[in-house]
Design a protein. Structure first.
Length: 588
């Protein structure tokens, strides 16, 4: 649990204790206030009301006695008015008394008193007032002696009993309030002491827990922190036995870790300076080789541009041939459609010729039947003799016409049959021409597809060559960027050397127990230019354009963007750099 949480728990306990005691006190004061209010409203005020009632009753009796002693009309009138007014006032006071909070005992006494008072008024006072108004003093005196005086005794006793009951109720309320005060006082004192004991115990355990967590006094921890901040790591820290998790224990671990870090930094500063000098020398050699590589890549890029232009020309030629083949395919398709129409026309002509042949056959049959009918008519005319001679001439002419019609029909039929045979032969030829045109269209479509594939292959080859050219250009850019980065690395190595010197001066601020005198053996300094063989870059050969169109090779993946150079890592290794480290620099 955090310290702030513990302190909040302690404050919460004290606050809850104070709130509870304050609430208990408010409850006691509220109860006392209600008790006092009840004593005043339900006990004191009714006692005063009963006192007023008793005084008014006594005043009524005194007024009647005065009227009997001085029986003048003026005194009698004043007495009767006064008594009636007092009776009304008594009734009002009695109603107010009955409206208060009454106990069962007081309610019983009040009921008895009400009955007695009613008899006293109805049987004593009112008849006496009537006798006084009638100026019958003897009857008034008799009523006063026989009625008013005997009826007054229970009324007076009832008033005394009601007053005593109210006083007893007030005494009981006072006793209850005093008992409540004693109970609340004892409860507050007990809760206060219990809370003080609990908070004291919690405070004791809190202080003990904080002492274990700190491991020492806060002033000692402050002194250790101030010493570390000032760079003095030699201040001894004493821990209690078995203390491994306190603040002081962790401060001691921090001091030891800082001492180790400072010692390691001091030991690595000189190695860092030597390594930075070697890196600068190696970067210089790498820069020269990178420049040679950049020139070679430039010549390769020029050759790739020539190859790209040649492949592009082939692609354009293949595209034009593909367009011509597509045009020829469209023309062949149109020719096939026209031949199809011719075939349909020849079929229609053949059908019409057959219909005409059928009609000629019908005409030939009609001519034959006409000839038979004319022959029959001639026979009948011969039988008729002289009378049928004219009819016989007509019949012979009809036979002559029928014969000529039949001869003409046979000639037309022979011609139609010959025409039908020629039309059928033409239809067969046209069908063969349609099949031939279909084969021509199919062949032209195949040629178009092949030309399309050749055009697509040429485009892919042109795209591949373009991508290769772009890759070479990117390699050229990356190589130039590498050259610039190598120069920047050389400057960074020089800056690293100065920073290493600054680091030595910075770490010198810290004072460690052993003085930080431990040193590692310095790495041997090698001249990278002397150790590395000089390479002469080979002159690239320009590529020739391909003699024939080939299937395009897969496009090479674009060259990745150059990554940021990693930060130099200072190593304390004492091994010497081997003489054959040229491969490492080439793969840098």
């Amino acid at each position: 649990m955090k310290i702030s949480t513990r302190l909040l728990v302690l404050g919460g306990m004290m606050s809850a204790l104070v709130i509870f005691i304050a609430g208990l006190g408010l409850f006691g004061m509220g109860t006392s206030n209600l008790s006092l209010k009840s004593v005043y409203a339900d006990r004191t005020v009714p006692v005063g009301q009963m006192g007023d009632i008793e005084a008014l009753i006594l005043e009524n009796r005194l007024s009647i006695a005065t009227a009997l002693a001085t029986p003048t009309p003026e005194v009698i009138a004043a007495t009767t008015a006064k008594v009636e007014s007092n009776i009304a006032a008594i009734t009002k006071s009695w109603d107010a008394f009955m409206a208060t909070q009454l106990t069962p005992e007081v309610q019983t006494l009040a009921k008895t008193f009400g009955n007695d008072r009613g008899k006293f008024v109805q049987e004593g006072l009112l008849p006496t007032l009537a006798a006084l108004r009638a100026n019958d003093m003897a009857d008034a005196q008799r009523l006063t002696t026989e009625k008013v005086a005997p009826l007054y005794a229970p009324v007076h006793s009832g008033i005394k009993a009601l007053i005593q009951a109210q006083l007893d109720g007030a005494q009981k309320a006072f006793t209850d309030a005093e008992s409540m005060y004693s109970t609340i006082s004892l409860l507050c004192v007990a809760i206060f002491w219990v809370g003080m004991v609990a908070s004291g115990a919690y405070n004791f355990f809190l202080i003990r827990s904080l002492g274990r967590q700190l491991g020492a006094e806060p002033a000692q921890a402050t002194e250790v922190a101030r010493s570390v901040a000032a760079g003095d790591l030699r201040l001894p820290i004493h821990l209690k036995p078995g203390d491994t998790d306190s603040l002081m224990a962790h401060l001691k671990l921090m001091q030891e870790s800082l001492t180790q870090v400072v010692s390691n930094v001091r030991q690595g500063s000189e190695s860092l300076a030597i390594a930075s000098a070697e890196i600068a020398q190696g970067n210089h050699d790498l820069s020269s080789r990178t420049e040679s590589q950049a020139s070679a890549l430039e010549e390769t890029a020029a050759s790739m541009e020539q190859l790209g232009s040649t492949v592009k020309q082939n692609a354009d030629s293949a595209r034009q041939a593909n367009q011509l083949a597509m045009s020829a395919s469209d023309v062949a398709v149109k020719g096939g459609a026209v031949v199809g129409q011719v075939v349909e026309t020849m079929r229609d002509i053949n059908t019409s010729s057959r219909k005409i042949s059928d009609i000629i056959s019908v005409i030939d049959g009609i001519a034959f039947q006409t000839n038979i009918l004319a022959l029959n008519a001639a026979v009948e005319a011969a039988r008729a003799g002289e009378q049928g001679r004219g009819f016989a001439v007509v019949a012979s002419e009809v036979r002559s016409l029928a014969g000529r019609s039949a001869e003409a029909a046979r000639e037309i039929k022979s011609l139609i049959n010959a025409s039908v045979e020629r039309v059928e032969h033409g239809t067969t030829l046209v069908d063969q021409a349609g099949s031939t045109m279909t084969e021509v269209v199919t062949s032209i479509r195949r040629v178009t597809d092949i030309m399309g594939e050749i055009s697509a292959a040429s485009n892919e080859q042109s795209l591949g060559v373009s991508q290769v050219g772009e890759a070479v250009s990117q390699m050229d850019q990356v190589t130039q960027q590498n050259a610039a980065l190598v120069e920047e690395m050389a400057a960074a190595a020089s800056s690293l050397k100065s920073q290493a010197d600054d680091l030595v001066h910075t770490v010198a601020v810290f004072n460690v127990a052993d003085g930080g005198r431990r040193r590692v053996a310095p790495a041997p300094t090698l001249s990278m230019r002397a150790a590395l063989p000089q390479r002469v870059p080979a002159k690239p050969v320009a590529l020739k354009a391909p003699a024939s169109v080939r299937a395009p090779a897969p496009a090479p993946a674009p060259a990745p963007a150059p990554k940021a150079l990693p930060k130099p890592v200072v190593k304390t290794s004492t091994k010497a750099t081997p003489a054959g480290g040229d491969d490492d620099w080439e793969t840098f």
